[in-house]
Design a protein around this ligand. Structure first.
Ligand code: AMP
Ligand code: GLY
Length: 417
């Protein structure tokens, strides 16, 4: 039957649905108004009650909560690790310990639940320090700073639960690394690991990589400066030993292993693993896939992955339109102009797609319903071509207080009015 259930409601899940629909029937649980308007079946039913041949779990929360386990136990094919493997993202302490055991190069770090010991470690590290919540924080639990007092204050607010609740009651503190970032999404079928096309994500809210960390304000694939030798090195030095270490611990990992890497002067260093497709990386990587997406993801779930998938040469750029107040306190309900009833740009221009991250329909119009409201992807024969088309499309979509970076994929600050 080739029926696939995509679990989630954001722009990443919209992109998964869009790409999987090339060769399969798709249902999205729960999906959103924007995903439904684009022609996809959505359902409020629990994924456990959905009938499908393949389940692809998008967000980290249901993975960490262990949704993959009962789905697998009932005989379904599932893309996404069980609760055991999802700890790689659910606990940075667990991840760091696994990296050390596997011998994967990463930043110097320590784990703390005591503020005084943490402050001592911060003073000893000096330079740029990074403070991370141990638990999930939607990409927002990381502070990078040169100001040691700010770092210590941030540790206190995390540890006492003020800033991130229970997710922050333990912190990982590490040395700041310098370089360009790269996101390498890797498919793992339990044993075999194959890399998807590399992407670059822009994590800071503001132009020039300033402002607070977000879930990601835009992305480009291919990632500038990441050639096949860099990918091979990340696969050899980080991914392969990680998959071996997972197996040594008795964890059968079938899903996406997302390596967040800093390309330092000394070579690639692993910043973190996520246990799912990146958002917004999925919005640029998946549409470039040449292989049959359904067959490929079935291979991940069934443990039958073969050769490395191929991607079109064309570049893809995605730009996020975020609500005012994001990431601290997004204000919602702004009316979005420029979209048709199908949630897409008028005339559905070729090579451009609007992925809905957090919108809803209200009296026939789309309004914002969360932080990263929309993600607009465009293709081009070069990165600059794709970028120009993406910004053209973004220019046609308006809402009060919208936040858009003007330098995704290299556009200099100040291009957007
Ligand atoms: P993480 O959740 O660990 O990926 O951290 C989110 C973002 O914080 C990363 O994508 C980087 O932009 C930044 N970051 C994390 N760790 C470091 C580090 N050791 N040095 C510099 N920046 C970092
Ligand atoms: N774009 C970063 C993430 O998905 O975590």
């Amino acid at each position: 039957m080739r029926r696939v259930c995509v679990v989630g409601a954001g722009a990443r899940e919209h992109a998964l649905a869009h790409v999987l629909a090339r060769t399969a029937q798709v249902v999205v649980a729960p999906g959103s108004d924007g995903i439904a308007a684009d022609g996809f079946e959505v359902t409020d039913s629990s994924p456990l009650d959905v009938v499908a041949d393949l389940f692809v779990i998008g967000p980290e929360q249901p993975l960490v909560e262990g949704l993959a386990d009962p789905l697998r136990a009932s005989g379904s094919l599932v893309v996404g690790p069980g609760a055991d493997g999802a700890r790689l993202e659910g606990s940075k302490t667990f991840m760091k310990a696994l990296l050390v055991d596997a011998g994967v190069p990463t930043a110097r770090h320590g784990t703390f639940d005591d503020a005084a010991l943490a402050a001592e470690f911060i003073r000893a590290l000096a330079g740029t320090v990074v403070v991370k919540t141990d638990g999930l924080a939607a990409g927002k639990g990381v502070l990078v700073t040169d100001d040691l007092d700010e770092a210590i204050a941030d540790v206190r607010a995390k540890l006492d639960g003020t800033s991130f609740g229970d997710a922050g009651r333990r912190v990982v503190i590490e040395e700041g690394l310098v370089g360009d970032e790269c996101s390498l999404l890797v498919l793992v079928d339990g044993t075999t690991a194959v890399a998807l096309a590399a992407a670059r994500d822009y994590k800071r809210l503001g132009d020039g990589d300033r402002g607070p960390n977000t879930g990601g304000m835009g992305a480009v694939s291919p990632a500038p400066g990441v050639d096949s030798s860099v990918v091979e090195r990340i696969m050899r030095e980080a991914v392969a030993p990680t998959v071996d270490e997972l197996r040594r611990r008795g964890i059968e990992y079938r899903g996406v292993l997302y390596a967040g890497v800093m390309l330092t002067a000394d070579g690639p260093l692993l910043l973190e693993y996520n246990v799912r497709f990146g958002d917004p990386e999925a919005q640029v990587v998946l549409p470039r896939l040449v292989d049959d997406p359904y067959d490929l993801l079935c291979d991940v779930a069934a443990g039958t992955l073969g050769s490395t998938p191929t991607f079109v040469r064309d570049a893809a750029v995605t730009i996020v339109l975020a609500s005012p107040g994001y990431p601290e306190a997004p204000r919602v309900g702004q009316v979005i102009t420029g979209l048709g009833g199908d949630g897409q740009l008028e005339g559905r221009p070729d090579g451009v797609h609007v992925y809905h991250g957090a919108t809803r329909r209200d009296a026939g119009r789309f309004v914002t319903a969360g932080g990263r409201a929309l993600s607009v992807t465009a293709f081009g024969s070069t990165v600059s071509d794709a970028r120009a088309r993406a910004y053209d499309a973004v220019g046609a979509i308006r809402f009060d207080g919208r936040q858009v970076r003007s330098d995704i994929a290299g556009v200099p600050a100040g291009v957007l009015s």
